[in-house]
Ligand binder design. Structure first.
Ligand code: FRU
Length: 592
């Protein structure tokens, strides 16, 4: 009798536990509907709803419904078993209305306890931890708890970032605008928006609201901005015109304009402006074409770059293509750029076509290839041999590099995404993922063999990071090193007291500089991360000057004369606090 009662009570308690309804914040009701659908009905009183994310969970598909109309959709890895971080869902646009979040969960999750056993399990979504931890608030605060957050490199406030997009310099305000591929709902790739940051000095960045969000034509892939000084597009003089790829069932080019200096954008109602049957058809870079007096758009199409022209920025005509048989073709060509540079020490000018490629980089994965040549306003002709491969940077973490429109004094200022598609989604940061390189000025020089190469130098704004001289290697620093050419190799080591180290070697016999990050700290998150990267010295000298920019998760090495650069991520468990140079001298500067 008594045993029966205990049994029955146990069953009641267990049943109750299995259908526990978590207390959601005030104003939110939850209904689990059917096999995989959960509806959250929200009458917002505060701006943000925090969504708990678990990176190992599969993506749930979320439809935002207002007055019976689907206003937007996004994907989020809503936490099932544990929470890695939270992301904000901004309810500001819907204040005073009722919001329905119509969440579709995938029926099956992979069994996380046995990651190599791909057997699927069917979890009970009613018990997901996300329901327990959802909160509303008027402020979304991300405390910087992460040891590898860069201090003077641009990082997103939270969430995922890849390519820099639409960069332009506003001469009136003196502000550098940087847009970027941004996922506001997690720190892995997805839901592409154009995030936005501004800076007066290219080192301190202020986060802005999302500039361009997905619509029914697709998510917002990479592209560029121009200042339409004359008002050619009909949106007024000095309108900022953004070109981007709408990515959905196909990739097509669209435009949006801003009449408030790049803060907010209105999408053009004639979108898309350019379509094609090529599946990879993206990343429009628009420049003013001085040769023909029109606008030119360079587009990446699989393994070639295509050129289009326009008078009004809306109607585009095909001009030419470049690429077949030239350079590296081991991957898809992406994110083009085209600009003119003067060969240093001469009055002669040449054009440079940037061609980011993934995979196919010299050390695996993504890298920035370029071609030197002539552009007659219609066609780009390369002056190098077809087999020649030139790289803008010889590290593993320099991708999607493009330049600023309208940079001051006619400078060509470039910025790259400091990661690699081989492991960008796996690097050991959580609340945010990825950072950009320091800004770099590009030039053109001839190497010892007479080959034209792009010179890469830290921009004056980046060099202004150099603060007081110090004799201790702080976690972040600029280090200037002088190394005399010698018979023996010169080895430069950054290390911490855990034996983690980055070693850089001048090998004078082979005439190379290399960087070895195999013992640099955390490396096991990807088999492609441990690596040694190598660059030919290109120009022989008696003394080599080297500048290192060291931040919490990166080492950028620059030849003192601009002959080459090498950019690599590192994740030391403790910051490197020692430097040694086997033959040569060095100066350490604090970061200002
Ligand atoms: C390059 C790239 C672009 C594309 C974007 C999508 O990293 O693949 O070609 O527009 O990322 O996020």
């Amino acid at each position: 009798m008594k045993q029966n009662l205990i049994k029955q009570l146990t069953i009641i308690v267990l049943t109750l536990l299995s259908v526990t309804v978590y207390a959601l914040p005030k104003g939110i009701t939850m209904n689990h509907s059917g096999e995989f659908n959960t509806l959250l009905t929200i009458n917002p009183t505060e701006r943000y709803l925090s969504l708990p994310i678990e990176e190992a969970a599969p993506e749930a598909f979320i439809r935002v419904i207002i007055d019976g109309v689907q206003v937007t959709t996004f994907n989020a890895r809503l936490a099932a078993d544990s929470i890695d971080y939270v992301v904000p869902f901004d309810m500001q646009p819907y204040m005073g209305k009722q919001i329905i979040l119509d969440i579709h969960f995938p029926l099956y999750h992979y069994n996380k306890k046995h990651p190599y056993n791909k057997t699927a399990i069917r979890p009970d979504r009613r018990k997901f931890i996300c329901w327990k931890e959802m909160q509303t608030s008027d402020r979304f605060v991300v405390h910087n708890r992460e040891q590898w957050r860069s201090t003077y490199h641009h990082t997103p406030f939270y969430g995922w970032m890849n390519d820099p997009n639409g960069m332009f310099y506003d001469a009136l305000s003196g502000l550098w605008h940087l847009y970027y591929q941004f996922n506001p709902y997690g720190s892995r790739w997805g839901n592409m928006n154009w995030g936005h940051s501004i800076s007066a000095d290219l080192r301190h960045w202020t986060e802005q609201d999302v500039a361009i969000a997905p619509d029914a034509l697709g998510t917002i892939f990479s592209g560029s901005c121009v200042i339409d000084k004359r008002g050619d597009a009909g949106f007024g003089k000095n309108a900022i015109i953004a070109f981007y790829t709408g990515a959905d069932q196909s990739q097509k080019q669209s435009m949006a304009y801003s009449v408030d200096g790049g803060k907010t954008f209105v999408k053009y109602d004639g979108n898309p402006v350019l379509t094609d049957t090529t599946p990879d058809f993206r990343d429009p870079k628009v420049i003013w074409n001085t040769k023909k007096g029109c606008w030119t758009m360079v587009l990446a199409c699989q393994q070639e770059m295509r050129f289009y022209s326009s008078q009004d920025l809306k109607t585009w005509h095909y001009d030419s293509r470049f690429g077949e048989g030239y350079g590296n073709h081991s991957g898809v060509w992406e994110c083009p750029d085209l600009f003119e540079l003067t060969i240093e020490g001469t009055n002669e000018k040449k054009w440079v076509l940037l061609c980011n490629i993934n995979p196919g980089g010299p050390f695996g994965g993504s890298a920035t290839q370029y071609f030197v040549g002539d552009f007659d306003g219609t066609t780009f002709t390369c002056v190098d041999g077809k087999e020649e491969q030139k790289w803008l940077d010889y590290g593993k973490d320099h991708y999607a590099t493009v330049t600023w429109h309208n940079a001051p004094q006619g400078r060509v200022v470039a910025l790259g995404w400091m990661s690699n598609w081989q492991y960008a989604n796996e690097v050991p940061t959580k609340q945010f993922r990825s950072q950009n390189t320091i800004a770099r000025d590009l030039g053109l020089y001839r190497d010892d063999k007479g080959e034209l190469r792009v010179a890469v130098r830290p921009s004056s704004e980046s060099l202004a990071a150099k603060g007081k001289l110090t004799d201790k290697l702080n976690p972040t620093a600029v280090v200037e090193i002088e190394v005399p050419a010698a018979k023996k190799n010169t080895v430069i080591t950054l290390s911490n007291d855990r034996g983690e180290q980055v070693t850089m070697t001048y090998n004078f016999k082979k005439q190379t500089f290399s960087m070895d990050r195999r013992k640099s700290g955390k490396t096991s998150f990807s088999k492609d991360f441990p690596a040694v990267t190598v660059v030919p010295l290109f120009v022989t000298r008696d003394t080599y000057r080297l500048t290192l920019f060291i931040d919490n998760c990166s080492v950028e090495a620059f030849d003192g004369n601009g002959a080459w650069s090498m950019t690599n991520l590192v994740f030391p468990n403790k910051p490197y606090n020692n430097i040694s140079v086997s033959n040569g001298s060095y100066k350490i500067y604090e970061i200002r």
